[in-house]
Structures are given as C-alpha cells and as structure tokens.
Design a protein around this ligand. Structure first.
Ligand code: ADE
Length: 250
C-alpha cells in the first residue's frame, strides 16, 4: 500500500518513520510513504502557500493552486508507477472521527493521498474538487493535519501482517472485534510485588496461577467491567451484536 502525504512540514515525519515498532513496515516499503513538500509547488519569490480570507476575519487560508498542483503531481506519479487508484483524504476537524473500524478498513486498502491542512483552513474549492473523504482525530482543533496523518499511518501500519513481532497481538487491542470491541484488560509484568510511591502493589494472583482458563476468564471480566465503567456504549454495542454470553451478563 502506498501513501502520498502532502504537507508544508515534511521534516516532522522523519523521526516518526524511522523509529518505533512500525519502522520496519515503512523501511521495507510494505507501507510505502512518500512525502510531498507543498512549498515546492508554490509560485513566486516568496513561494506563497496562503492568503487572507475573502470576507475578512482572522487567520490565513491555504491557496487552492499550490495544493492542486502538488495533488496533480502525486496522481501523475502514482499512475506512472502503476500504483492503484486511491482516495484523497483531508485531515480536518470536520471529518469523520477515526475509530478502529475506519482504520481496519483502510489497512486492507490500496493506501491514499493524505492532505495535511494548516492555518485556519483550506480554500473550499480545492476540497470540493480534489478531496474524497475528511477524517478527524477528535472534537478539538489541531494547528495542522500532520499529527493526525501520523496517527493514521501508525494505526494502519501496525495492522499490516508481520509488522508486530507477535503476530496477532493487535487482535488483543482495545476496540478489536476479536475482543468484541471492548476495552483491553490491565497488564502486569515483573516484579510480582512492586514497591510504589503509594505503597506495595501485588499482581492479581490469578495471573501467576498458570491456569489458562481462569486467566482468560479474569481478563474477560476485567474487559467487561472496565468497558461498563469507562465506555458503557461499547457494552451496548457488543450486546446488540450478540457478542455477550449469559456468563458475561452475570
Ligand atoms: N486538523 C485540525 N484539527 C484536526 C482534527 N481534529 N483532526 C484531524 N485533523 C485536524
């Protein structure tokens, strides 16, 4: 899969692509990420990428022209290199909220052209003519789409086969349908008893018991009770999908 990222700040992506668990996916090209510096497509001595909004008001608006030129160059290169057709995604607070279902669908797809907005907005005419889908990280405003694009690439990359050391470990993640969309249970590692700043804390004994059945039962109960307490709508969704057993309901 191939992602082409249109951004004013390509240098922000360097450390993200070169470090961490996903690095292998990016380095091997399994998730092929190409960065497109938007300023290279701006004209004039000042390489201007934004201007004041018509109608007045604070802030600057990104010009449609450099965006469209860059977008066109991306599309031409994708076509010349035989990349499959892919949607253009704009990161914006107006978009659909990112969630597991959206990421899982994207992880099976051909990739996308990702547009990172900056400043107060983007000329609507570029959005109308070139953008297929808008995606939001949440109900708050970021100063640009780069952080959202990295969140998107990270979530998609870790779902690719072989990217995580422990194959299938993402199926143990919160929100994964393999766990009925519930929150993940708490995790513990050594030492068995930890001397913390607020006192001694022991690992739940069942995790040291070696009884896999009991451990799984404990983890299921923890997922259910955490979800019921923190995200009750996840319990409602699992129940509506017929994913809760009579045992779960006790
Ligand atoms: N750009 C600005 N705010 C954003 C948000 N909430 N999600 C994604 N991209 C954004």
């Amino acid at each position: 899969m191939r992602f082409d990222v249109i951004t004013l700040f390509p240098e922000l992506f360097g450390p993200f692509l070169q470090h961490g668990i996903n690095r292998r996916a990016f380095a091997s090209g399994q998730v092929d990420v190409r960065l497109w510096p938007l300023r290279d497509y701006a004209e004039g001595n000042y390489r201007r990428v934004d201007d004041r909004p018509f109608g007045g008001g604070p802030g600057m608006v990104m010009l449609a022209d450099p965006l469209a030129r860059c977008w066109q160059a991306v599309r031409e290169q994708r076509q010349a290199e035989g990349a499959p057709p892919a949607p253009t995604v704009l990161f914006s607070p107006l978009g659909r909220r990112m969630d597991h279902a959206l990421v899982a669908r994207e992880a099976q797809g051909p990739g996308a052209i990702l547009v990172c907005g900056r400043y107060e907005g983007i000329d609507q005419r570029f959005i109308d003519q070139c953008v297929d889908v808008q995606i939001s990280l949440g109900d708050f405003v970021l100063s640009g789409g780069e952080v959202a694009a990295m969140a998107w690439l990270d979530a998609v990359a870790r779902l690719q086969p072989g990217v995580l050391n422990d194959a299938g470990s993402h199926q143990q993640d919160s929100f994964n349908p393999a766990l009925d969309g519930l929150l993940d249970c708490p995790h513990y590692t050594r030492p068995e008893v930890w001397q913390g700043p607020r006192g001694q804390a022991a690992v739940p004994p069942v995790l040291l018991s070696g009884h896999h059945g009991q451990i799984e039962q404990w983890r299921r109960r923890e997922r259910l009770s955490l979800s019921a307490r923190l995200r009750p709508e996840l319990i409602d969704q699992a129940r509506a999908a017929g994913r809760l057993s009579p045992d779960d309901e006790r």
